[in-house]
Ligand binder design. Structure first.
Ligand SMILES: [Zn+2]
Length: 108
């Protein structure tokens, strides 16, 4: 994961650029191959289930799954490659995400 700022006509946006192995990466794909991904409540990093209480942390994803956008910058981000929205990340994997990029969400 690479942290960077991108300047566009809409201003400067703080983003985390995935290295291709974190979001829906190796661990997730392995669990998917095993048929263990049962819903969109699974952590998008490791594929394990997230909070059964329906509350947990996640991130705002853009760029077709390659970029995590800072929550304060998400609305103005140009979303080249595809806006994707909020996705859950489990309590262990979220430790790899800088605090200011974590967004509390509700998975119904
Ligand atoms: Zn995880």
């Amino acid at each position: 994961m690479i942290r960077e700022s991108r300047t566009t006509t809409a201003g400067t946006h703080r983003v985390l650029v995935d290295d291709g192995h974190f979001l829906w990466g190796d661990k997730y794909q392995e669990r998917e191959r095993q048929g263990l991904i049962q819903s969109d409540k699974n952590c998008i990093a490791c594929g394990r289930g997230t909070s059964r209480q329906g509350k947990g942390y996640g991130v705002l994803v853009s760029g077709g799954g390659a970029v995590i956008v800072h929550p304060d910058d998400y609305v103005t981000y140009p979303h080249d490659g595809g806006e994707m929205g909020w996705f859950p990340i489990g309590s262990e994997c979220i430790k790899q995400i800088p605090r200011e990029f974590r967004v509390r969400g509700t998975v119904s």
